[in-house]
Design a protein around this ligand. Structure first.
Ligand SMILES: *[C@@H]1O[C@H](CO)[C@@H](O)[C@H](O)[C@H]1NC(C)=O
Ligand SMILES: *[C@@H]1O[C@H](CO)[C@@H](O)[C@H](O)[C@H]1NC(C)=O
Ligand SMILES: *[C@@H]1O[C@H](CO)[C@@H](O)[C@H](O)[C@H]1NC(C)=O
Ligand SMILES: *[C@@H]1O[C@H](CO)[C@@H](O)[C@H](O)[C@H]1NC(C)=O
Length: 958
């Protein structure tokens, strides 16, 4: 009965033969006894065997009639169709002895335990194992599955979870007939294997919701027949690299790449995908111009949200299009960008769209807002491109020749290659062109003699030939000393470089005052938009805002996405377990996150806090009290204990959600959860301990606490730390965490004044005292992004706004909102917008406790610019936190790359005893752990912050 691959011409006669033999088999023989044995073991192994109405002992599965759910080919079992029968239990080990099995449908049951090997099931064409609870898959599972056409393993969410996930073994390569391979949420890790690109029959590949990383392998260009490709929502950063390979997949109808880290531009040839109907690129790092061809495609759905696309929004033919949270110059499709913006974006394209500029060069006016490295004159014309030492590569674009107002182009100290465009010589006002320290190739076109050309340090330009083009005679010798200093100057990026501007200065004084323009109108608009929320806020307050949501939101990357999954945290208080469920289209798949090892017994916490002794109190909040705890070996922890009187079911939800979230989110600049207790009515969270307390104390109340004011260097360090922590929170692949309550009282400092962000939706009950509701909300209000306050619509850009306000506070030492200040400066964010571009006013606004040296003013004005950028009125004009990191990192002296090597925390093993865990922390951190919670609302400070000051100072002694 062995059937070999028939050649097509023999097919009819072979079929006849087959039919005849079938006939004889059915008549003459009973079911193969070994098949009977396997089926009986299959049934017996189940927890609920009664769900299969098969005879208890023996029988003839292929008899007449055959057993229910069984189909035979002669005396051999060829199909088992038992989907959605609530079957519970494992599959028998010897399952692959059903060697004639062709079609297996076991989906939507509760099969668990290890998947048996399918090795040698050479007839198997269809295998539906999706929506079960199998917990491992053997390495040899795929061996010899040479007939396999469809394999579905989706939603076996715990496959090989104990060993951290699994990968398709190379033996799958042998399944050359494979058409549909789906393994969504089946716990795949590592990179996408290259051999998948050699399965040339593939028409659908669905691997969403796993932990895949790395680039899509180059072999994927060998899949021109692929119709469905879903690689969306990979956890932990996701897939990277460009999406250039899609251009070869000309049969695609559905392409889902959302929730990954794909980079680069949309390929120009996207228009070749004429069958494409559904394209989702939401939540990647894609950038550059959106090709016109994409606009012309006959799509049913197109999602471009949450990338870094620039330039005009094309006019779309597609039905359902969304393109929010990008850097488009105009928000209306089909509206072109202004001429200057178009030219500058072409220039940016030549440089390969560096991400830091992409996020800064937003909107349709390079002179309005804060385009990094662009300076304008009073008439709103671009006069300077100052991008020295920006790590730029790529080539120079001729488009720049169209910006006739340019006076200076500073591009020294980059890695730009190629020639200088010939038509740049038409820039009549150009007085300085600094290309020193790049990799420019000859020939240099002949510029006017009046131009100061700096081209030293370009290895391809021979010394003799560049001299030819240098201006000769008068003054050139006096300028010659400058070039190298202009290249080395780290702050020449966005500030006019005082060292080398001498000759250019005179040029400006002919009526071209170099005033960075921030149109007053913008300030007024910003102020207005900030006043509206104030009104809304007051109005709401009167109505009583009692339901203050948790500060931390898990928001799906795209609410309108059909594949969108809403994460809901469910707490089971009886056994302390937490499960995160995923609801999609009403059906629920859930799994328990591994938070079990974080559980710490209340008794242990009683011991380490001396039974929650008053002397160990660090602070109080609406939720309860924070205690210092000291383990036997002297290590310290911070213990937050909910007051039993204020425990509501909502509070419990928030408590659980904080654990669920914080047990996933770990970063050196986020305060870490070490554990928690749930016993009886006790709800306790345990954190690392931060000895220097909250930033607010050092910034606003240092005098009353008799502290040293923070130096500018420390402030820069703190700003960078916070930016890094927030960047991490925001960029967690398919889900993005929004803090919603970033402010100095939620930024805690360690012994070395390195900062960590804290307070992730800690149980925030409406406290009994009304006053504290008011102050806490008011305190928070100064940091609220306008669109959030008005519409309640929250995105990561609301945190960026708050971060901008924190920067303003670091600069000025003023609190975000202070009713004791004169009316126009009560609200720091709007006042700052008015003064930030006026050098004198800005200088006057700097925190008087800071040493005002000239050398710090350079970085101060960069921070001022960044603060303005972060608080732009339109959320999509605010940069991402990664941009803030890029701006801040070079300003922080002694910033060691070592700091950077472990962005994500990994060093903790929760199976260890608590003191060992804390030790591990300290070793990774290289410093003591600490935590202090202090509200910064003014009303909580004035008298004496009870208990806190004492314990703070006593801590210091240890
Ligand atoms: C499973 O069966 C139940 C009824 O027994 C039905 O309501 C449900 O839709 C089925 N689910 C699937 C995925 O087929
Ligand atoms: C899955 O885990 C099992 C048991 O831990 C291991 O034997 C097997 O090789 C793993 N499967 C794959 C595909 O790595
Ligand atoms: C296989 O994938 C195609 C899409 O190319 C889909 O239409 C079809 O329903 C899938 N078949 C099975 C059996 O899943
Ligand atoms: C410079 O060259 C580019 C491309 O060659 C052209 O589009 C542009 O119009 C030119 N500009 C000027 C001012 O010559």
């Amino acid at each position: 009965m062995e059937q070999h691959h028939p050649s097509p011409s023999l097919l009819p006669s072979l079929l006849l033969l087959l039919l005849l033999s079938l006939f004889f088999c059915v008549v003459l023989t009973e079911t193969d006894p070994n098949d009977v044995k396997v089926l009986n073991q299959f049934r017996k192994g189940l927890k609920n065997p009664e769900a299969l109405p098969w005879p208890e002992h023996g029988g003839d599965p292929c008899g007449n009639p055959p057993w229910k759910f069984i189909f035979c080919n002669g005396n051999r079992v060829s199909q088992i169709q038992a989907k959605n029968l609530s079957l519970i239990g494992p599959l028998p080990r010897n399952f692959n002895q059903l060697t004639m099995l062709e079609n297996l449908g076991l989906q939507y049951n509760h099969f668990n335990g290890p998947l048996p090997s399918f090795k040698g099931l050479s007839k198997l064409k269809f295998a539906f194992l999706n929506f079960n609870d199998f917990d491992s898959i053997p390495e040899d599972f795929f061996e010899g599955l040479e007939s396999l056409e469809v394999l579905a393993l989706d939603y076996n969410t715990n496959l090989n979870a104990t060993t951290g996930g699994w990968q398709f073994p190379p033996s799958l390569q042998g399944s050359l007939m494979l058409r549909n391979l789906s393994c969504m949420s089946c716990n795949l890790v590592g990179s996408v294997p290259g051999f998948l690109g050699k399965l040339v029959s593939l028409s659908a590949l669905q691997l969403s919701g796993n932990n895949l990383s790395g680039e899509v392998p180059a072999t994927f260009t060998g899949l021109p027949g692929l119709q469905v490709l879903w690689l969306n929502n990979q956890q932990g950063g996701g897939l990277t690299g460009t999406v250039d390979w899609v251009a070869s997949m000309v049969s695609l109808t559905s392409l889902w790449l959302h929730g990954n880290g794909f980079k680069g531009t949309i390929p120009m040839k996207i228009g070749d995908l004429v069958y494409l109907r559904d394209l989702d690129l939401n939540g990647n790092q894609l950038l550059g111009l959106v090709p016109d061809a994409l606009g012309k495609m006959q799509l049913d759905r197109l999602d471009l949200n949450n990338n870094h696309f620039m330039g005009p929004v094309p006019k779309f033919v597609a039905d359902k299009v969304s393109f929010e949270y990008n850097n488009f110059c105009e928000s209306k499709p089909g509206v072109p960008c202004s001429f200057e913006v178009t030219m500058l974006l072409e220039f940016l394209g030549g440089l390969g769209y560096p991400l830091n500029l992409v996020d800064s060069w937003t909107g349709d006016d390079p002179c309005h807002g804060s385009w990094l490295g662009i300076k304008c004159d009073a008439n709103g014309k671009v006069v300077m491109i100052a991008l020295s030492n920006f790590n730029l590569s790529g080539t120079l674009s001729p488009s720049i020749a169209n910006l006739g107002s340019l006076v200076e182009i500073r591009l020294g100290g980059n890695n730009i290659s190629g020639g200088v465009p010939r038509n740049w010589t038409t820039l009549g006002d150009l007085a300085l062109l600094d290309l020193s320290g790049n990799n420019i190739s000859p020939p240099i076109p002949s510029f006017a003699k009046s131009l100061k050309l700096v081209i030293d340090g370009n290895p391809l330009l021979l010394h003799g030939s560049d001299m030819k083009n240098l201006p000769s005679g008068d003054g050139s010798s006096s300028r010659k000393a400058e070039p190298s200093s202009s290249r080395d100057s780290p702050s020449s990026t966005s500030e006019s470089n005082p060292g080398s501007g001498d000759s250019v200065e005179s040029n400006y004084s002919k009526g071209k005052n170099l005033v960075p323009i921030v149109a007053p109108i913008a300030g007024v608009a910003a102020a207005a938009s900030l006043l509206i929320p104030l009104y809304v806020y007051c109005f709401r307050r009167r109505k009583g805002v009692s339901e203050r949501a948790s500060s931390l939101v898990i928001h799906p990357t795209d609410p309108s996405d059909s594949d969108n999954m809403l994460k809901v945290v469910v707490a089971n208080t009886s056994n302390g377990s937490i499960s995160t469920g995923i609801w999609s289209n009403g059906s629920r798949e859930s799994h328990v996150i591994e938070a079990g090892n974080l559980v710490i017994s209340v008794q242990v916490l009683r011991n380490v806090t001396k039974n929650f002794a008053r002397e160990n109190e660090l602070g109080r909040g609406g939720f309860g009290v924070v205690y210092k705890g000291e383990l036997e070996d002297g290590t310290k922890i911070a213990v937050k204990r909910m007051e039993s009187g204020v425990i509501s079911s909502k509070a419990l939800d928030e408590f659980q959600s904080e654990i669920a979230v914080l047990s996933k989110v770990r970063h050196r600049h986020l305060v870490s959860l070490l554990g928690y207790s749930v016993e009886g009515s006790e709800r306790i969270l345990v954190y690392e301990y931060m000895p220097q307390g909250a930033l607010s104390m050092h910034l606003f109340h240092w005098k009353s606490f008799q502290l040293e004011p923070l130096s500018w260097k420390r402030r820069l360090n703190i700003a960078l730390d916070v930016a890094r922590g927030m960047e991490y929170l925001h960029s967690l692949a398919h889900q993005s965490f929004i803090h919603r309550d970033l402010k100095p009282s939620n930024i805690l400092l360690g012994d070395d004044f390195r900062a960590k962000v804290s307070d992730f939706g800690l149980v925030k009950l409406a406290p009994d005292g009304k006053q504290s509701v008011v102050t806490r909300l008011a305190g928070t209000f100064g940091y609220l992004a306008p669109e959030y306050a008005v519409t309640g619509k929250i995105t990561t850009k609301a945190d960026v706004f708050s971060f901008g306000v924190v920067l303003m506070e670091l600069l000025t030492g003023l609190m975000a909102l202070d009713e004791d200040r004169p009316e126009e400066s009560q609200y720091l964010a709007s006042w700052f917008w008015h003064i930030k571009s006026d050098e004198l006013k800005l200088k006057a606004a700097i925190d008087p406790s800071l040493d005002k040296k000239e050398e710090t003013f350079g970085s101060i004005s960069i921070i001022a610019e960044l603060a303005g950028h972060c608080t732009a009125r339109e959320p999509n004009q605010r940069p991402d936190m990664s941009h803030a990191v890029n701006v801040l990192a070079p300003l922080v002296e002694n910033w060691k790359p070592i700091d950077d090597d472990t962005e994500e925390y990994s060093g903790i093993d929760y199976s260890l005893p608590l003191n060992q865990m804390v030790k591990d922390w300290q070793e990774t951190e290289g410093k003591e752990l600490s935590y202090v919670d202090l509200q910064d609302s003014k009303s909580s400070i004035p008298a004496r912050p009870t208990g806190f000051a004492e314990s703070f100072t006593s801590n210091d002694g240890r």
